[in-house]
Design a protein around this ligand. Structure first.
Ligand SMILES: [Zn+2]
Ligand SMILES: [Zn+2]
Length: 255
């Protein structure tokens, strides 16, 4: 009798712990995936906006003290991005495109005109970016032309805004000049790596082997707790992708 009472109590405790853990995870996820989000560095502001018909994640990453800001992938909805910048009194130093597809570069011109920020991209995607309006027409959409980049970035370059710093990792395979940006325990992967998936490699400049090699050499070498902010869809971590991404397991030829 006493034994079964203890067991019942233990079961209740286990049940409580499971519910508590599930609730904690949900609350944490909601917090992480909503628009306003802080990183590990308490003096940094990270805001995610989902822009345009292809629902690109545009990230506004700012140093809270100096207000210096990097905008990653201003793909569309320039007025919404500019409103946040104005409301928070941010000074945009750089616009960085993870790659040159139209859905990631459509608001470059409006943001550059309004802020005077320097536009950065990898040279390998300069032509792709120049062809953004044509690309968008091929998808039955329309995208504004982007100005040319002010500067090309390459693997190993560091982009800084106040205390915020982002190291450029060349991660081609979705496109020739695709880059990821690493800093503050986070990596912005553009369309190379997604939560539970990887980018398309069937578009011009894409190549599956190259993409897998990029992910293996430059992303899967990062610590498991590195937070991954993707070009589309929810955020994840390197550890979760290492363990759960079906494209990155041995059965898929990924070693
Ligand atoms: Zn893309
Ligand atoms: Zn995209």
């Amino acid at each position: 009798m006493a034994k079964s009472d203890t067991e019942t109590r233990r079961q209740r405790v286990n049940y409580f712990l499971i519910v508590f853990a599930a609730l904690s995870v949900s609350v944490w996820s909601i917090w992480l995936f909503t628009h306003y989000d802080r990183g590990k560095n308490k003096d940094m502001v990270l805001i995610r906006l989902v822009v345009g018909p292809l629902q690109v994640n545009c990230f506004i990453l700012a140093d809270e003290k100096t207000k210096e800001t990097v905008v990653i992938d201003p793909g569309d909805d320039a007025q919404e991005i500019l409103k946040i910048i104005k409301d928070k009194g941010l000074k945009v130093k750089y616009l960085v495109n993870t790659h040159g597809h139209f859905d990631h570069v459509g608001a470059n011109k409006a943001l550059k005109d309004a802020t005077g920020a320097e536009l950065l991209i990898h040279e390998g995607d300069a032509q792709l970016m120049a062809a953004a309006p044509k690309q968008s027409r091929a998808f039955g959409m329309s995208s504004a032309a982007s100005p040319n980049a002010d500067r090309y970035v390459k693997h190993g370059d560091v982009i800084t805004a106040g205390e915020v710093s982002l190291k450029v990792l060349h991660t081609p395979g979705h496109s020739t000049g695709g880059i990821s940006l690493l800093g503050q325990g986070m990596v912005f992967t553009g369309d190379a790596l997604f939560a539970g998936s990887i980018g398309r490699s069937d578009l011009p400049g894409g190549d599956l082997k190259t993409l897998l090699r990029s992910i293996k050499a430059n992303l899967m070498t990062l610590p498991d707790d590195t937070r991954v902010f993707c070009g589309h869809g929810p955020a994840t971590t390197i550890g979760d992708e290492r363990n759960e991404n079906p494209f990155l397991n041995k059965e898929s030829g990924f070693e």
